[in-house]
Design a protein around this ligand. Structure first.
Ligand SMILES: [Zn+2]
Length: 111
């Protein structure tokens, strides 16, 4: 399940989590129209977030990969909740570490 948020850096407010991109667009437009007369606040942020509430676009690549795997594993248990289960976070770390070890092993065997 995808999660989205809108943040206005002028008002210093963040929208509740929504699950549809259309709802995100509507929230942003409503906020701009109601509080800013249709103007676009500087540095506003809108986009997909992970289960910890972090914007994917703001995460470094490795953290993004970890968040996506931990999100997918946590969604197996409870699709509506936020936060990562400890086993999902550990599973993502093991999967990434295991993949890196496998690549190293194959690369060193090939040389
Ligand atoms: Zn605002």
């Amino acid at each position: 399940m995808r999660r989205y948020r809108y943040r206005c850096t002028v008002c210093r407010t963040t929208s509740p989590v929504v699950h549809e991109i259309e709802a995100l667009t509507a929230i942003g437009e409503d906020h701009r129209q109601t509080l800013h007369g249709g103007h676009f606040p500087d540095d506003e942020i809108a986009g997909q977030i992970d289960r910890l509430g972090r914007w994917y676009a703001a995460l470094p690549p490795l953290a993004t990969l970890h968040a996506r795997i931990a999100d997918a594993l946590s969604d197996l248990r409870d699709i509506k909740a936020m936060g990562h289960y400890w086993w999902a976070s550990a599973g993502a770390t093991l999967l990434i570490g295991g993949s890196a070890a496998l690549v190293l092993l194959v690369a060193s065997a090939a040389l």
